[in-house]
Design a protein around this ligand. Structure first.
Ligand code: 0T9
Length: 406
């Protein structure tokens, strides 16, 4: 393909073949150098908070409808960074570094205008399959987001379909919201310049309101890439549900809005809101509380500050930027010899640790999270949107903030 350096064409096409014949954990496949990113997946949860002002604004909004709309706006504001920032910064989607078990990432967004400091803590809680757990907290505002994510990938019609597993719970002054995650389709693989399109839908579920956010790409409805439509309705049996629980990568045809059972109900006590647009650019009110612009994704991005988690403020050996330092340097500087030797060192060390643990009949101890089979919050709120699956596991945050963030 076009973006593939001539010397790596062979290795790119064998990589594509291995993707095509493979379902499950893509992160462990070996890919050619040109597609490698120097960033570990443990840094990705930071995308949830690169608009710290919009995060803080959730707490300032009046509880109820106004606050739910503030949560929706903040959520939409996270999508551009989550799903298009590698394209913008690296030229295409790249393969992130596959975190090791126990890998850690600590960072914060400084206070500004009294909104408070926002802290980020990430721990890789599983290596195979890769599962990342995170907490984002603004204590000043009484805001906390706790979540975990994993992926299941399949290959369909030349694209990779990524089903996101996991969810997040946002707590605002003690009141909870469940956030589920959309599916991704990775296109452009043939040409060696992969990019993400969001597909299907996800929900934000609060005590009083539910948002259904539906996604479409080029050629559907508005015809534009990265299109979405968000419908906010009172939380009840009538709340919007996705029309399909489609496992394919296709679009939904036309926007759906309400589940097929309710497709004829047009007004729900006049309280619903509809917002439409593109998630990487701008969106507008179509119906409900506001008029004109809803969100503009080009404004407000703030970078985080990375901190070390050791008592003396330095980074420990499992902290992302220290662990991958030389691998990342090799990738950035085109020294793939260095990158691959250093990567092998890390992998061998991991294998040895797992062996030692097996021999001693011990298990790696997580620092910040405890795995639980069920999430009662997800189960309770999930009913308002009939989310599927009706239950999920969770990684409960057990605390242990490093001194630099305490
Ligand atoms: C959670 C996000 C997730 C992680 C990434 C699928 C993917 C790993 C998971 C879902 C974040 O909140 C949002 C954004 C991007 C997702 C990644 C995109 C991607 O391609 C990788 C997978 C593992 C690959 O690297 C596939 C190989 C390659 C051909 C694509 C460049």
């Amino acid at each position: 393909g076009d973006a593939v350096p001539a010397s790596q064409r062979g290795s790119w096409s064998s990589f594509l073949k291995s993707i095509a014949s493979f379902s499950g954990d893509l992160s462990s496949l070996t890919a050619p150098p040109f597609i490698l990113s120097p960033t570990s997946l443990t840094e990705f949860p930071a995308y949830w908070c690169e608009r710290p002002d919009l995060f803080a604004a959730i707490a300032d909004a009046k509880e109820g409808e106004e606050r739910h709309l503030a949560v929706l706006k903040w959520f939409i504001s996270t999508l551009k960074d989550q799903y298009t920032s590698r394209n913008e910064e690296l030229g295409s989607e790249k393969k992130p570094l596959n975190p090791v078990l126990g890998e850690l990432f600590y960072a914060y967004w400084p206070d500004k205008n009294g909104r408070g400091q926002t802290n980020l803590l990430v721990e890789q809680v599983s290596h195979h399959p890769p599962i990342t757990a995170y907490v984002i907290e603004n204590k000043t505002k009484g805001l906390k987001l706790v979540g975990h994510n994993a992926q299941k990938t399949t290959f369909s019609a030349g694209s990779v379909i990524v089903k996101q597993i996991g969810h997040a719970v946002l707590t605002v002054k003690g009141v909870e919201y469940v956030i589920t995650l959309p599916r991704l389709r990775i296109d452009g693989l043939w040409y060696g310049s992969p990019y993400i399109e969001l597909i299907d839908s996800n929900h934000i579920i609060g005590e009083n309101f539910v948002s259904l956010i539906e996604y479409k790409g080029k050629g559907y409805f508005s015809g534009k890439s990265h299109s979405f439509k968000a419908t906010v309705s009172p939380a009840s049996a009538e709340a919007p549900v996705a029309a399909t629980s489609s496992s394919s990568g296709g679009g939904l045809g036309a926007w759906v809005g309400y589940g097929s059972k309710n497709s004829s109900s047009t007004s729900l006590s006049g309280k619903e809101h509809v917002v439409e647009g593109t998630w990487h650019e701008t969106s507008s009110w179509v119906k409900g509380a506001g008029k004109g612009k809803f969100h503009d994704s080009s404004i407000g991005k703030e970078d985080f500050v990375v901190v070390g988690g050791e008592p003396n403020g330095e980074m420990g050996e499992f902290e992302t930027r220290k662990l991958w330092n030389l691998v990342a340097k090799g990738i950035r500087e085109g020294d793939f010899e260095l990158a691959s030797t250093e990567k092998s060192k890390i992998e061998n060390d991991q294998r040895q640790r797992r062996k030692d643990e097996a021999a001693a009949n011990t298990k790696w101890a997580l620092k910040h999270f405890k795995h639980e089979a069920n999430d009662p919050i997800y189960e309770r709120l999930g009913k308002f949107a009939k989310i599927n699956p009706p239950t999920e596991d969770r990684y409960t945050f057990v605390g242990n903030w490093p001194p630099s963030l305490a």
